[in-house]
Every structure is written in C-alpha cells, then in structure tokens.
Ligand binder design. Structure first.
Ligand SMILES: Cc1cc2nc3c(=O)[nH]c(=O)nc-3n(C[C@H](O)[C@H](O)[C@H](O)COP(=O)(O)OP(=O)(O)OC[C@H]3O[C@@H](n4cnc5c(N)ncnc54)[C@H](O)[C@@H]3O)c2cc1C
Length: 502
C-alpha cells in the first residue's frame, strides 16, 4: 500500500460545493433512494432500502462492487450471544458486549449507537446468515491478526486481556466469513462477506451504475437534498433521489490534506483502505452544513506478529514497555503511535521466537523474518539499537524479576504469557511499522440521518460506513468497520426508503 505524504495542499478531491437544483440540467437518471458507494455500508443500505419497497440505484466509482470491504480480512464485530458464539461454546450477552464497547471505544463514543449495536447484534448476525454469508463454527485460540485457516471466531479486541478482562466477562466477537481457500490470498473473508450482500441487493432489484464518481449534492429550493452530481467517463451527470441519498463512500484515508488536518498521526503511513477513500463524500456533506465527529480517531495496526509480542516485550525508543503485550495488536499499535512516535522494538528470546513461529503457521510471514540484532549482551543490543545504555537492561530486569513468579504487576499481561526472558535475546526493530485508517466522519443518528451543526437532520441525506462517525471515539477492535458498516448501513437504507414517502 502506498504511503501518504504530509501534503497540506488542496487534496485529491474535486470541488464539493453543492449545486442548486436550478444549476443542473435535466436529470440523467432517478430512483427513490440513491446509494453512493458499493462497499459494505452501501450494499447493506441498498439491500434493505429495496426490501422496504424503494427503487434503489447505486453509484459506484470503480468498475466493480466491494470497496475496501472486499479486500478486508473479514472480521465482523458481533456478539451478545450469536449462534456462532454459542456453537463455539461461548456465553455472551448484550450487556457484556455493551460494557466492553463502552470501555474500549474511547471517551465520548456515541452512547445511542453503542447501546443499539450491542442490543441488536445477534439480529444482524442472523441477517448476514440469511443473506448467505457462510461461517464455520470453529474458534481460533491464539494471538494473531487473523486465524490461520477458515475458523469463524476469534478474540479481536483484547476482550480477554487487561484491562477489559477484569471489567467484563470476556467473549470472542470477531466473526469471520468462511473463506474458500485462505492460503491463496483470494476470496478472503471480506470478499466472502460482500459477494452474498451484493447478490442479495441485486436479487431485490437494486440497480447499479459503475464507473460513476460522485462529486456533489443537489439541493432543492426547499433545502432538501434531492440528488447528486457525478462524473461518468468524464461527463457530468445528475441523478435524482426522490426520497434520499445515502452516502457510503468510505473514509478520507487517501486525501493527504484531510489526513494532515484531522488525523496527523497517520501522515506518511500506509492506509488500510482503497484509494477511492478520498473524503469526497464527507466534504460534500460538510458543504451542505453537516457536522462531523471524532475526526482525530484512527485504527493503527502494528505490523508485527501478535504471538511474538505476547511472548516477548514491546519497548519504545527509551527501552520502556508500552502496554500489556497480550492485548489486541491494534491497541499496541495505537499506544506506540499515539504516545511513542511509532518507535517500537520487540524483545524476545529463542523460546518465544520458536513458539511464535510454530503458532503462526502459514501466517509466519507476519513475523519480521529474523531479529534485527541478536546477542547475550543487553548492553550491546542497546548500543546497536540506539536505546539508551542501561534502559533496556532495567526494563528486562524488572520484567524478569516478576516473571519468575508468573506475574506482571506493571502492565498486567496474563500469566499464560509471562515467563522470564533468557539470553540469547533477539531484538526486532518495528519502528514505523504502523498502518491505519481514520475512524471519524459525519455526525449521524442511529438511522444514518446526517446531522447539521445545530443537530438537526439534513432532509434527504443519510450516511453510513466509514464516511460517518460510528462506534469509535478513538478506540477500536477488529471487525468494527465491517460490523457497523453493515448494521448502520441497513438502518440508513430502511429509513431512506421511508423518507418523504406518503
Ligand atoms: C487490507 C484491509 C483489511 C481490513 N480488514 C478489516 C477487517 O477484518 N474488519 C473490519 O471491520 N474492517 C477491516 N478493514 C476496514 C474495512 O474494510 C473498511 O473500513 C470498510 O470496508 C468501510 O466500509 P465502507 O462501506 O465505508 O467503505 P468501502 O467498503 O470501502 O465502500 C466504499 C465504496 O465507495 C466507493 N466510493 C468512494 N468514493 C466514491 C465516489 N466519490 N463516488 C462513487 N463511489 C465512491 C468506493 O469505490 C467503495 O466501493 C480492512 C481494510 C483493509 C484495506
């Protein structure tokens, strides 16, 4: 994935100024509901709007469906006692899920969205299954970014690690669609999610216009959003939305200027998104008065093997441990990025490296292939890595002192992962190994109504997926994006089908 520059310029987007109805010519097409973007939020919105009686047209920039969702690993964050959780032998409740989300999504997270998402998560899982999304009832019980094969359930948010495990009974909530053959790298979990969603939408009569890039909203004389202006092979077209427009265009990960302004932690880092996530949908809605929320929030993945980190220690450039290393690796990445300039190292011994390699199996490529520096002498590792002399030694001595008793009173790593680290040590340089994407966006209500700066819904305009602010106010768990994109996308589609209808 290409890195993003620190460009503060005007960005990649085209002008997002709204058009007055009188400024656009005759409509080139129309539908009750016009959905912009055919990823997870767009497909879910389209399918539900059609199921509720609307004539639906999707406009998609690229030549095919799927967006970032089809490239994704496929985690869908769901819980509260789904059939898959129960089949794998786990008990979960909406209350436990709500307590976890409230603790993990960050201060200021949208309370209404958290509550509804936890309460109706089981129903959303059932809907996905009804659409044909396949899940295999098998649990993957190791630290990792993804399961090694087609297991359907995994911890994906640090629920079983400090601090969450002490707050609420842990349950795994990372649901993964079954992959046809994970090792080929094709038909991954995200693709296996998207294919049935798109088939469902199209079986319900949803029409799609590909190679059509949305640019701006059309505003009727009464202030209602009545359509969109888009570009199709260079020609401008105008499409009327009789009831509502649903924006589902993804994040602003690939607009360098917006990243620099709103989430500068991600400047210069690879974006876990697709290049169509250029912020045009967000800016076009802002241009008609939309409010925004949590624009600073971001997912931040540390590209290092979670099994290795859990067995070793992660330290910053001053040799200080950063967090409990058995937690969700996205939390490790976020802690390093937010508080330590993404300057991290993993210290492990031979036993830890061998066990991590054996655990990782086909995903072993995720481990940096070998330690950057190896030795029996911590002083030398410090000199080679640039960590101040004595700093790593002091951290290691403190860690080992408590690890002799299987304890970690400093960062509370679970006893399962705590053991004194013995020479020879390997020090892995993971400085700058962080990728991510923004999580903030348009302020919406639970039905996707885009709210203006006075908190009033903008008539005729809804939004879902990464173009909108969702569950996160800074925290994250793998699967939140695909989960809330589908969940709130459906709600936006249903509400859009009712908008302005008799
Ligand atoms: C490699 C990778 C792995 C990931 N793994 C996971 C995971 O396991 N779990 C998880 O929850 N998330 C994951 N994510 C993130 C997740 O895929 C996205 O956050 C999610 O797809 C966002 O949903 P969305 O509907 O908002 O955007 P998308 O699914 O990207 O859909 C947006 C669509 O809008 C289209 N579009 C954009 N601009 C315009 C325009 N101007 N006009 C018309 N169309 C437009 C795009 O082409 C795209 O098709 C991953 C991402 C990547 C890249």
């Amino acid at each position: 994935m290409p890195g993003r520059g620190a460009d503060q310029g005007p960005g990649r987007g085209r002008p997002a100024r709204p058009r007055r109805r009188a400024e656009v010519g005759p409509w080139d097409g129309e539908a009750d509901v016009v959905v912009v973007g055919y990823g997870v939020a767009g497909a879910s919105a389209a399918a539900e709007a059609a199921a509720h009686g609307a004539d639906v047209l999707v406009l998609e920039h690229t030549g095919g469906w799927g967006g970032a969702a089809a490239m994704a690993g496929g985690f869908i964050y769901l819980g509260g006692g789904t059939a898959l959780q129960r089949a794998c032998g786990f008990t979960d409740t909406p209350e436990a899920m709500h307590a976890y989300l409230s603790a993990a999504m960050g201060a200021g997270a949208d309370a209404d969205k958290l509550a509804l998402y936890a309460e109706r998560s089981v129903e959303h899982f059932d809907w996905l299954v009804d659409c044909g999304v396949p899940f295999r009832a098998a649990f993957f019980d190791r630290p990792g970014w993804e399961p090694d094969a087609d297991q359907g359930l995994m911890y994906s948010g640090g629920e079983n690690a400090h601090p969450f495990a002490e707050l609420v009974p842990p349950a795994p909530r990372g649901h993964l669609p079954r992959m046809a053959d994970k090792r080929t790298g094709e038909r991954g979990g995200g693709w296996m999610l998207m294919r049935p969603l798109v088939a469902t939408a199209e079986a319900r009569g949803v029409r799609v216009r590909y190679d059509t890039r949305f640019e701006a909203l059309v505003v009727e004389p009464d202030g209602r959003v009545g359509g969109v202006v888009a570009r199709h092979y260079g020609a401008e077209i105008a499409v009327r939305a009789r009831r509502a427009v649903v924006l589902a265009t993804g994040s602003f990960a690939y607009d360098p200027a917006m990243v620099a302004r709103h989430v500068p932690l991600l400047v210069g880092r690879p974006g876990a998104a697709v290049e169509q996530h250029d912020g045009q949908g967000l800016r076009a809605a802002q241009a008609v008065g939309a409010d925004v929320a949590h624009l600073h929030a971001c997912e931040a993945a540390l590209l290092a093997d979670p099994g290795l980190m859990a067995r070793g220690i992660v330290v910053d450039a001053l040799g200080r441990r950063v967090i409990n290393e058995d937690t969700y690796p996205g939390r490790i990445g976020h802690a390093l990025l937010s508080h330590h300039g993404s300057q991290g190292f993993v210290l492990a011994d031979e036993e830890a490296v061998d066990a991590a390699r054996a655990d990782a199996g086909p995903l072993a490529f995720l481990i940096p292939p070998r330690p950057t520096w190896v030795g029996d002498d911590v002083d030398q590792l410090e000199r080679e890595s640039g960590i101040p002399c004595g700093a790593l030694a002091a951290t290691l001595a403190l860690y080992n002192r408590h690890a002799e008793r299987g304890e970690d009173p400093v960062h509370h790593k679970a006893a399962r992962w705590v053991r004194p680290l013995r020479a020879p040590w390997g020090l892995f340089d993971v400085r700058g190994h962080t990728a991510g994407f923004p999580l903030g966006g348009l302020r919406t209500d639970v039905d996707g109504a885009v709210l203006d700066v006075d908190s009033a819904p903008i008539p005729g305009l809804r939004a879902a997926g990464r173009v909108a602010a969702g569950l996160s106010a800074g925290g994250y768990a793998s699967g939140i994006s695909l989960g809330e994109g589908g969940f709130f996308g459906r709600r936006a589609g249903r509400a859009a089908a009712r908008d302005g209808a008799g």
